[in-house]
Structure formats: C-alpha cells, structure tokens
Design a protein around this ligand. Structure first.
Ligand code: URA
Ligand code: SF4
Length: 208
C-alpha cells in the first residue's frame, strides 16, 4: 500500500519533519494540491488538535486551520479557555483532496482510508516530536487516524480515552469537526458549537 513512511526522517524535530513533508509523495494527493500543509504550533504544546485535511484556504496558505473552519475553531478554543498559541494543530492527511468541475471552485473531497493510512507516519512523527498530553480528534477522519476503528464521534465524544499511540499516558478526546458545524442548519449551529466548546473544556480539565 501507499505510505509516507520512506519520507519520514527518524527522530526529527518539527522543523525537519516539516521540511521533509514538503517533498512527500507517499500517496497520489501531492500531485494536484498546491503544497503539503504540515502541522503548526508549539513543540511544547500539551494539546494536539487533529483535523481531517487542509481545505482550499489552507492549501494556498500552507498552514492548517486558517480558513472558515479555522476561524470557528479559534472561537471555540477561546470560549473553552484554550489558547491556540499553546496548542499544536495538524491534520490526518496533509494534502488537500478536491474535485473540480471545469470553471468551478475546488470542492473538498473526503480522503480515502488508503490515503489516511498512507499519511499516518507523519502523525506518528508529530506525536514523537510534540509528546502531547491530550490529542483532540475532530471528526470521523481524525478519529480513524488517531484511534482506529473502535470509536464513533457521536457515541464517544467529550470524554477522555486512552491514546497510548500518542505517547506514554497520552489521552484523546473526540469532538465534531468545525466544518460540520459550519454546514449545520441555522437552528442547529449554536448548539453544535456549544457541544464542541464543551468537549474542549474536557481537554482543559485534563491538562490543568
Ligand atoms: N479542515 C481541516 O480539517 N483542517 C484544516 O486545516 C482546515 C479545514
Ligand atoms: Fe504524503 Fe500525506 Fe501528502 Fe499523501 S497526503 S503525499 S502521504 S503528505
């Protein structure tokens, strides 16, 4: 199967990982995307937030969570009392997957299981470099990448789960993806945002 493994340098720090990831060809997604969008944030962060994949804005900027979903996430983090500057933000898949009809804007397309698995060695290397106390999996793709197939967003969100793959004693918290909140109908959006904030408060409680 396709894998990023051969592109990941052993024991590298975040700067070296980011530089190496720029040349990753571990799956076919590098071909149509603008650039690799590696994780960003403090190497000493106790909280690592994992999304699905970069969106259109992130693909152009080269940084995670800088578009509309990122703005919503910023607001939720602030409401929960988590400082974004003290978190490390990344994605399960580091290239933007999209479809495009001629003359139309690029439309986000969910990454395949093969692509999630191919990109996983980068996430493993980020765990080793950051050693987070809590990993926040935002949405189903991140849940699969962080925790495998045993957990579901709705059934398992908002509680501390063991996450030894992220390091000794590491824990995970599942929540919804901010993009899903942006897509929610008007009358459901405030409640969906409040639920994300509530899940993030569980994270705050675990690191205090
Ligand atoms: N959605 C994600 O999952 N990640 C981003 O970086 C932006 C939008
Ligand atoms: Fe490599 Fe991940 Fe990009 Fe695929 S999506 S080319 S595995 S960085």
């Amino acid at each position: 199967p396709e894998s990023a493994a051969e592109f990941v340098p052993d024991g590298a720090d975040l700067a070296a990982l980011r530089a190496a990831a720029a040349g990753c060809r571990g799956c076919e997604l590098y071909r149509d995307a603008t650039q690799t969008v590696f994780g960003d944030g403090a190497a000493a962060a106790r909280v690592m937030l994992v999304g699905e994949q970069p969106g259109d804005k992130e693909d152009r900027a080269g940084e995670p969570f800088v578009g509309p979903a990122g703005r919503l996430l910023d607001r939720a983090l602030a409401d929960a009392g988590l400082d974004r500057d003290r978190c490390y933000l990344t994605n399960a898949v580091k290239h933007f997957r999209f479809t495009r009809a001629p003359g139309k804007p690029r439309l986000h397309k969910k990454p395949s299981v093969g692509q999630i698995n191919a990109c996983a060695p980068w996430l493993t290397a980020e765990y080793a470099a950051v050693r987070p106390a809590v990993v926040v999996a935002l949405g189903a793709t991140a849940v699969r990448a962080v925790l495998g197939t045993r957990y579901r967003v709705t059934a398992d969100r908002g509680r501390l789960l063991p996450c030894p793959q992220a390091g000794d004693g590491a824990q995970a918290v599942i929540s919804t993806h901010p993009s899903a909140i942006l897509r929610a109908p008007d009358d459901a959006r405030a409640e969906a945002l409040a639920a994300l904030v509530s899940d993030l408060r569980v994270v705050v409680g675990a690191i205090d």
